[in-house]
Design a protein around this ligand. Structure first.
Ligand code: NAD
Length: 367
């Protein structure tokens, strides 16, 4: 088998789907050839020579794209897709909620697997790219907020007087939110956090944050809040209105707000409206991690930092790509673990287990 790793071509995408560590494992059986496009790892600080030492052959994009198994970070564009062979196994973050993109991939004849669709079962945890990358996004969101914020994060007592600790609110306490809380805590901030899922309260408190409760008034609200399959569901309007007024009060007190709330395949829920932003302190910073899905914050703009009444709203997209080396290392391990369902790295045997629930959930097929 030929396993190809092309360089990512999407604007701002610095990650790569295999690292020398994973290439070495893929090459271990001696039965497969690994072809890495020259320069594929450079944006993640991986020189070509390291891939060669690990056992890969360096080649052109075309040579990597015609492999039997193509490992990608992002969905291939039309010209890349045209080069992928019919029947080739294509693995990556393939945007399974983009109907036109999925149709193009399916029409290409590639046997494609969208890692966003991994089921949240314990066996799939080592392959869970959304979690590995959300963890990085949560960390980087705090670092970016600290950079944009014109004050200290920790409380300081100096000869020139005392500096107050920054107050940080994290909305949406999934993987990214938990890492944001942990990172802000390490920087010395005072943290509050909120989510639809009441089960997260203990996790927030164990990280030293204060839980902001939005109470339920009906059984329906309580049931929807538990989500399905590890993912949130859209909450009823009554709960969203209650959340909005409780959060508006908290947000006014905050120096930094980080929002991470997502619902797979749907627009991100709006958590903070323009009126609430307008009531914030000048110099306050908001990081909207959901900006690519439409945003949790009214006024956030994808790819930009906008300043509204002195409040800085960071809408930078693809934060994991800004921590490229670690993001690639974790992503590549996730991909290797996913591929291990079909490819035994030691013996080199290859067979896709079509009935495996992880394979079934991720495989893209015609709608
Ligand atoms: P996510 O990125 O889909 O969403 C982020 C957070 O936003 C979630 O906590 C969600 O509840 C919250 N949210 C959604 N709508 C909201 C609203 N209107 N208001 C406030 N918050 C809202 O979530 P995620 O980070 O991918 O993970 C969600 C959970 O799944 C986590 O508890 C995580 O630990 C768990 N998980 C389990 C597995 C596994 O068992 N294999 C793998 C990954 C994650």
């Amino acid at each position: 088998m030929l396993i190809g790793i092309p360089r990512e071509t999407r604007n701002g995408e610095t990650r790569v789907a295999a690292t020398p560590e994973t290439v070495k494992k893929l090459a271990a059986s001696g039965k497969h050839s690994i072809v890495v496009e020259r320069g594929a790892g450079l944006a993640s600080s991986i020189p070509d020579a390291d891939y060669a030492t690990a056992g890969a052959t360096l080649a052109t994009a075309a040579e990597a794209l015609v492999a039997d198994i193509v490992l990608k970070v992002r969905a291939p564009d039309a010209s890349e897709l045209a080069q992928v062979k019919r029947g080739a196994m294509l693995i990556g973050l393939l945007d399974p909620y983009d109907a036109a993109g999925v149709a193009a991939i399916v029409a290409s004849g590639a046997d494609a697997y969208a890692l966003e669709r991994l089921p949240r079962i314990s066996r799939a945890q080592s392959m869970d790219v959304l979690s590995s990358q959300a963890n990085i996004a949560g960390y980087k969101a705090v670092i970016m907020a600290a950079n944009e914020y014109g004050k200290f994060m920790p409380m300081l007592m100096t000869a020139a007087g005392t500096v107050k600790a920054a107050r940080v609110l994290v909305m949406g306490v999934g993987v990214a939110g938990l890492q944001a809380i942990a990172t802000a805590k390490r920087l010395g901030a005072v943290i509050e956090a909120s989510d639809v899922r009441p089960s997260v309260k203990d996790q927030v408190e164990s990280l030293g944050g204060k839980w902001v409760d939005v109470p339920y008034e009906t059984d329906e609200e309580r049931e929807i809040a538990e989500g399905t399959g590890g993912y949130a569901r859209p909450m009823p309007a009554s709960w969203m209105a209650r959340q909005s007024s409780i959060i508006a009060e908290r947000v006014k007190q905050m120096d930094i707000v980080i929002t991470t709330a997502l619902i797979p395949g749907r627009p991100a829920p709006k958590l903070i409206n323009a009126e609430t932003v307008a009531a914030m302190k000048p110099g306050a910073v908001i990081v909207d991690l959901a900006v690519e899905q439409g945003g949790n914050v009214e006024g956030s703009v994808a790819g930009e930092v906008v300043v509204v009444n002195g409040v800085h709203i960071i809408g930078t997209t693809n934060l994991p790509a800004l921590v490229a080396a670690d993001a690639s290392a974790l992503y590549a391990r996730n991909v290797l673990n996913f591929l291990a369902l079909s490819l035994n790295a030691k013996t080199g045997e290859f067979a896709i287990p079509a009935d495996d629930e992880i394979v079934k959930a991720t495989r893209l097929a015609a709608a």
